[in-house]
Design a protein around this ligand. Structure first.
Ligand code: GLC
Length: 419
């Protein structure tokens, strides 16, 4: 078969996959954040060369919330057109019934992934998805601007806000913003707000044992602090920003600080970036006394639809994309954090993307969103939380009132237990 001649050393992991007798037409959804589409297109060409299977990418909106809504519709309708779904780390309990069990398929490689991630994708003994990359955010800061004003990278949120103000006052630029983050009313705000609350000693919204903890003074104080940034160090428009809007402002050189995931690192150092070589990252600040830095655990996985007409070939595809080779390439090209531990020890990764190695500890200490304790109700829990936060930041009710109302709504949703 001619196709086999295309197999290169880089795809050694799939060289054992026989070219199928009858090649399948597969489709996979892809996120469209940063370089995701470009990267996936390149990797799929290798898969096609090795297996003969053609793969169509169905691009998704970059909002994980919109993506989840689309998946729910497709899966409820038993859509046979999508074979492979990319799934957010928080979705396994909610979508478990719609995907095939990958336990047997992944039995030889599951142990090479971080056990905590495999565990997050396992529901009642079923491996719902195989990890593709993991995520833990950073505080991006402009080295050149902080050096100019002789400011050290901040360790607390108040230090960050003070530093931003010093730089803004000094630069007197109408375009420059102090701090950009994900303030839109969607899952990204749940991630950011969990960090503000947790780093201030205000808990994790719903704790691991299922207890609703969000209505407390430290959580309220954390939100009040962020509210004071809106219209001062952060633009009012930040309340409509997702990841890509924040990165857009940042990459044009128009922000002193940004909260974002590691993907923004490679892009920020791209040839067309205005901040190339002018920035670095540090762990997110803490709330000060009684708090410590908190990074929300993110990440993406690959699942095979139980409605797929080509389950066996689709399994090959997820195994290929989750392989160490592809994860290494994703780390080098898109600064995505691998889920396979050995990739962090790879000499090329250490040399060309040292930030990945540095971020391993941040990821290992990352705070999970309460998707495990709240089970199939996580999406509703998150949506109630981000709405309460968005209302507070928009000046629609006080933090104390909004968190008290949130507690009442969560209690009603929980009923006699999260099931
Ligand atoms: C990133 C994270 C994901 C999170 C999303 C929120 O994509 O990997 O886990 O839900 O951001 O916007």
């Amino acid at each position: 078969m001619k196709m086999k001649t295309f197999i290169t050393a880089a795809v050694a992991s799939i060289s054992l996959m026989a070219v199928s007798a009858v090649a399948a037409d597969l489709s996979i959804v892809s996120g469209s954040t940063g370089k995701d589409l470009e990267f996936m297109t390149k990797e799929l060409a290798k898969f096609t060369a090795a297996t003969g299977n053609k793969v169509t990418i169905v691009p998704m909106p970059s909002s994980t919330t919109d993506q989840f809504g689309q998946y729910k519709l497709w899966l409820a309708a038993g859509n046979t057109d999508i074979d492979v779904y990319q799934t957010d780390v928080i979705w396994a309990p909610q979508l478990a019934d719609q995907f095939v069990d990958l336990t047997a398929t992944a039995k030889d490689v599951a142990k090479s992934h971080f056990p905590s991630i495999i565990e997050s994708q396992t529901v009642n003994g079923k491996l719902v998805a195989i990890p593709y990359f993991t995520d833990a955010p950073a505080l991006y800061y402009r080295k050149d601007l902080l050096d100019k004003y002789k400011i050290a990278p901040p360790k607390t949120w108040d230090e960050m806000a003070a530093a931003a103000k010093t730089v803004l006052d000094g630069e007197k630029s109408a375009d420059l913003q102090g701090f950009v983050f994900q303030g839109n009313a969607y899952e990204g705000l749940t991630c950011d707000a969990l960090e503000w609350v947790k780093s201030n000693g205000g808990g994790q919204i719903v704790e691991a044992d299922g207890k609703i903890s969000i209505n407390n003074p430290k959580a309220a104080a954390a939100l009040d602090r962020v509210k004071s940034w809106i219209g001062t160090i952060s633009p009012k428009g930040v309340l409509a920003y997702q990841e890509e809007e924040s990165r857009g402002v940042w990459q044009l050189g128009n922000a002193v600080f940004m909260r974002n995931w590691p993907y923004a690192f490679a892009l920020g150092n791209g040839a067309d970036s205005k901040v190339k070589d002018k920035f670095d990252i540090v762990p997110l600040p803490s709330g000060g006394e009684g708090g410590s830095s908190a990074a929300t655990l993110g990440g993406w996985n690959l699942a095979v639809s139980k409605y797929s007409k080509n389950v066996e070939e689709a399994k090959k595809l997820v195994m290929f994309l989750a392989s160490a080779e592809v994860q290494k390439a994703n780390a080098l090209e898109a600064s995505h954090l691998p889920t396979i531990e050995s990739v962090y020890d790879d000499a090329d990764v250490a040399k060309n993307q040292p930030v990945i190695v540095k971020w391993k500890a941040i990821f290992q200490n990352a705070v999970p969103r309460p998707s495990a304790p709240t089970k199939v109700k996580y999406n509703e829990v998150s949506s109630l939380f981000w709405s309460a936060v968005h209302d507070t930041l928009s000046g629609n009710g006080t933090s104390a009132d909004n968190l008290a109302t949130l507690e009442a709504k969560l209690t009603e949703l929980k009923g006699d237990g999260w099931k």
